[in-house]
Design a protein around this ligand. Structure first.
Ligand code: SF4
Length: 326
């Protein structure tokens, strides 16, 4: 399955992504109908299985392709603290959540992140998207005690291409080697690690992944790490002109089971807005206020989610999911 990641951070000092939110299209019924007036496709949530926590859009890198528009000092989404997230973690546990997942920005830039991860991994397995460069490497000593927590922590590290120069072009010189150092260290300590990579049109996945394996061999990293490949999802506030999803399109997924790969059926994401925490439908739509589903997880499970965001088409077409590979 093709999957996508929230940590697409990188380094491009010349480009700043504006901190904007999508302006709702003018048509008053655009939430429920497509531009040509057809009923829009939708998802009804089933059960909360995974709670994502957005740690904030600050990042040590500033990749031009970042779907969060993250860069150093970015405050579009402020940093999450343990105190902010704790009541929601408790509510999620009461609702039977199975996993806590974290994305940014770069989570290890956020001062309170290790406390938050420590608390969450005492409750349930955790999944963290990271670029595994300096912010993580500098906090290695803080991560080690978390190995003794009752639940495992899985890290998905962004390594865009099996080519140092191509990876470093957007992320900054030396980022490729630092990420490999982070991957090797995490694996050696006993953390589970997988890789988020980018895709090229017409690529042969087996050939691309063989390129990674050759590099892993040189670094003493296991060759069987799982890969998550993602399509280009655009920067915040953009609309890539993807086709709109109608109710008729959704007949391709007629049963609740066949819709289960849409993350909004089973996940929610906590996003800090000013000094409040809000619940969004999934990890891909925090730039559109119509996907703000409320101030509690319980109330967020009721509204019907209309597939209006252009990234919904990636879920429809590719079965995109930010969740961990099985
Ligand atoms: S991008 Fe759209 S379809 Fe995909 S999980 Fe989010 S709300 Fe659902």
């Amino acid at each position: 399955m093709t999957t996508v990641t929230g940590d697409l951070s990188g380094d491009s000092p010349t480009r700043k992504i504006p901190a904007i939110e999508i302006i709702a299209p003018r048509a008053s019924d655009s939430w429920t109908h497509t531009r040509d007036g057809q009923p829009r496709g939708y998802i009804d949530a089933r059960r909360l299985r995974e709670l994502w926590i957005h740690t904030g859009t600050a990042c040590n890198l500033s990749c031009p392709f970042c779907l969060e528009g993250s860069h150093p000092g970015d405050g579009r989404i402020p940093g999450m603290t343990l105190k902010d997230a704790q009541p929601f973690i408790q509510e999620a546990l009461d609702m039977g959540v199975e996993q806590f997942s974290f994305t940014g920005g770069e989570p290890f830039v956020i001062r309170d992140f290790v406390h938050l991860l420590d608390y969450a991994s005492r409750q349930r397995p955790c999944f963290v998207l990271t670029n595994a460069t300096d912010p993580l490497l500098k906090r290695r000593h803080q991560l080690l005690p978390l190995l003794r927590n009752p639940h495992p922590i899985h890290f998905r590290v962004s390594l865009d291409f099996p080519d140092a120069a191509r990876h470093d072009k957007d992320r900054g010189a030396g980022s490729f080697n630092k990420a490999l150092e982070g991957i090797r260290w995490l694996h050696e300590q006993g953390f589970r690690v997988s890789i988020a990579r980018q895709t090229d049109v017409g690529e042969v996945p087996a050939r691309v992944e063989a390129g990674y394996r050759a590099i892993f061999r040189q670094w003493g990293i296991p060759e069987d790490l799982a890969f998550t490949a993602f399509p280009d999802l655009g920067v915040p506030g953009s609309d890539d002109g993807s086709p709109e999803i109608t109710e008729t399109c959704m007949e391709q997924y007629p049963t609740p089971e066949s819709r289960a790969h849409f993350m909004c059926t089973y996940t929610r994401m906590l996003v800090k807005k000013g000094d409040r925490v809000r619940v969004y439908a999934c990890t891909l739509v925090d730039d559109d206020p119509d996907y703000d589903l409320g101030g509690t997880l319980t109330e967020s499970m009721t509204p019907r989610i209309m597939l209006r965001h252009h990234r919904c088409f990636a879920c429809y077409r590719f079965g995109a999911s930010c969740s961990a590979p099985g």
